[in-house]
Ligand binder design. Structure first.
Ligand code: LLP
Length: 391
């Protein structure tokens, strides 16, 4: 929800830009911090969702860890104040350079996704005379009931080590003298909305797999359940802070722990999505043969989620909220300026009568927005604007 003073401040600014509501961000982080400490759950923020230094510095100052998926994310997390021992590095394809740099930084843990990767990390750690902390990512073959592109825990997906390699994995870990096994890692997908059903299934499966490895004599101290908690894209103002409580309660009820065992989670989207809005302007209103197009100055290069996943983002006319006479709603196809027919913010959207120059907010854009932007069509990258700097 925007207050009128924000909208007035936007009136002076070049568009498009990403606006971050820092009060909402801090509120979200405070809720996550208090609930995670109440449930004894350790949180690593999934850096891939948003790498803005201000947000990352705040998260590191609150004692969260960082979940990274590239060498550059590892370096960035360390530069933003995350303690290296609280940094984990996941991903199916870590390059030699990325592994060496992360060992040099003395990160806490590699989340390993294949037997070959485990051998390579062991060899590099041995060459440096180090012991590297590792956790093994398991493919638990669970359907997260979300978009196919962000489903990661099925056997058809490239992620994790699946059951047929468990025995060879135990043998291999026994031979890797430069590794220290810390735990098992699971992440089954993103934008999970059926929280109780999906996470209880993940917990039950994780507990079963943990037991299997413990029976083989391995000590599993960390059980990392990954990220994935969904946010309300349809009505962001109805649920500005995601329901961390239900997520953590589901975990606590369904994952029995032995003494000394800790649950880790890696939320990304749920921490940052709702505090971000892509602010744009109406360039033109055009009558097509069968529909009216609202053409904005923000496009798929600024926020690719609708074009890539068919994702829904709420579109709001912010200027209309500031007009004295309430305007009648019209049906628009809201589109961007990029030369592709898939550059659509929403077809058949009901918005107040909109005119050239109106400010438009594309909501819930804080996660996987700026980080996935490109300079396609040689367009400029939309900058970040923080609410703390407006007044
Ligand atoms: N941990 C691992 C191992 C992951 O692969 C991911 C996300 C997360 C944690 C964080 O998940 P989250 O809490 O944000 O759902 N670009 C897509 C999302 C890709 C997610 C990739 N992995 C989107 O815009 O929906």
């Amino acid at each position: 929800m925007f207050d009128i003073s924000h909208i007035h401040a936007f009136g002076e600014m070049d568009t498009p830009f990403y606006f971050y509501d820092m009060d909402l961000f801090r509120r979200t982080v405070a809720e996550l911090e208090s609930l995670s400490s109440r449930h004894g759950i350790k949180v690593h923020y999934a850096v891939k969702a948003n790498t803005q230094e201000r947000l990352m510095r705040f998260l590191s100052s609150r004692g969260f860890g960082a979940d990274c998926v590239s060498g550059n994310e590892v370096l960035h997390a360390c530069a933003c104040g995350f303690a290296p021992e609280n940094v984990v590095f996941a991903g199916v394809g870590k390059s030699d350079r990325e592994i060496m740099e992360s060992l040099d930084c003395r990160i806490g843990m590699f989340n390993c996704e294949s037997l070959q990767e485990i051998s390579v990390i062991n060899a590099f750690a041995a060459s440096l005379g180090l012991k590297a902390g590792v956790s093994v990512r398991i493919n638990p073959d669970i359907d997260a009931h979300t978009h196919k592109y962000v489903t990661t825990g099925l056997y058809e997906n490239k992620f994790g080590i699946s059951r047929h390699e468990f025995e060879p994995l135990v043998d291999l870990l026994g031979q890797c003298g430069s590794l220290e096994l810390r735990g098992l890692h699971f992440h089954i997908g993103s934008q999970i909305t059926d929280v109780e059903k999906v996470y209880s299934l993940e917990c039950v499966r994780a507990a079963e797999i943990v037991r299997w490895f413990e029976d083989k004599g391995l000590e599993i101290r960390n059980i990392d359940l990954g990220g994935g908690l969904g946010v309300n894209y349809e009505e962001p103002d109805a649920e500005p802070v995601p329901d961390f409580a239900t997520w953590f309660r589901t975990i606590e009820r369904n994952l029995p722990l032995r003494p000394g065992q800790t649950v880790h989670v890696e939320p990304g989207r749920s921490v940052v999505a709702q505090c971000g809005t892509l602010i744009s302007r109406v360039l033109f209103v055009k009558s097509g043969e069968t529909k009216t197009f609202l053409i904005l100055d923000a496009g798929m290069n600024d926020l690719v989620r609708p074009a890539l996943y068919g994702a829904y983002h709420k579109v709001e006319n912010l200027s209309a909220a500031d007009r004295s006479a309430p305007a009648e709603d019209q049906v628009y196809d809201v589109v961007g300026p990029v030369c592709e027919s898939g550059d659509v913010w929403g077809a058949g959207r009901l918005l107040p009568l909109s005119v050239r120059g109106d400010l438009i907010g594309i909501r819930s854009a804080g996660a996987y927005g700026q980080v996935m932007a490109s300079r396609y069509n040689l367009r400029d990258l939309a900058p970040a604007v923080f609410s703390d700097d407006l007044f």
